[in-house]
Ligand binder design. Structure first.
Ligand code: HEC
Length: 137
């Protein structure tokens, strides 16, 4: 799965070119929307509500906006938190919060690419112009 950087770079390029949804994003990674939802809620949303008082519901953006946001991997323009959204999905971040965050602990061993695909699918599938807008965070 992580065998070669060139392989991953190729997948990323393919994703950018075809704007595919999470489950097709990495050919060997089957995205799990439910897992994406749990992590999104318990890690992403929890921190947002703590720090900003506002959630980031998937239905707050269109499918295209979520794809553009996640593909660009620019997290927080204010500079207050890590500039990479992928950082908050990474094993290193999960490790750092696992003692007080159940989702980080539960998914600690999951490969980064798998969890990224899960979150990608949850966000895009819950976008406001999707068939299943998710106002729950
Ligand atoms: C450590 C706390 C924290 C974590 C964890 C976190 N975020 Fe953020 N995020 C923020 C802050 C703070 C901002 C800046 C928001 C602002 O200035 O209003 C931000 C900005 C954003 C924005 C841009 C919001 C906008 O309106 O422009 C999005 C989208 C976002 N985060 C998604 C995510 C996702 C997806 C995850 C999980 C993979 C995540 N964040 C994890 C704190 C966090």
């Amino acid at each position: 799965m992580r065998s070669s950087k060139r392989f991953l770079a190729g997948l990323t390029l393919a994703a950018l070119l075809f704007s595919v949804v999470g489950d097709a994003f990495a050919a060997d990674v089957k995205a799990n929307k439910k897992r994406g939802q749990v992590y999104f809620r318990m890690v992403c949303t929890a921190c947002h509500v703590d720090l900003t008082g506002a959630a980031i519901p998937p239905a707050g953006r269109t499918m295209a906006e979520w794809r553009a946001y996640l593909d660009a991997d620019k997290h927080d323009a204010s500079g207050k938190t890590n500039p990479s959204a992928r950082y908050y999905i990474s094993h290193a971040y999960r490790e750092s919060i696992k003692d007080h965050n159940k989702a980080a602990k539960k998914f600690l061993k999951l490969p980064d690419e798998q969890l990224y695909a899960d979150i990608y699918l949850f966000a895009v599938n819950g976008a406001k112009d999707s068939d299943t807008p998710a106002t729950c965070n």
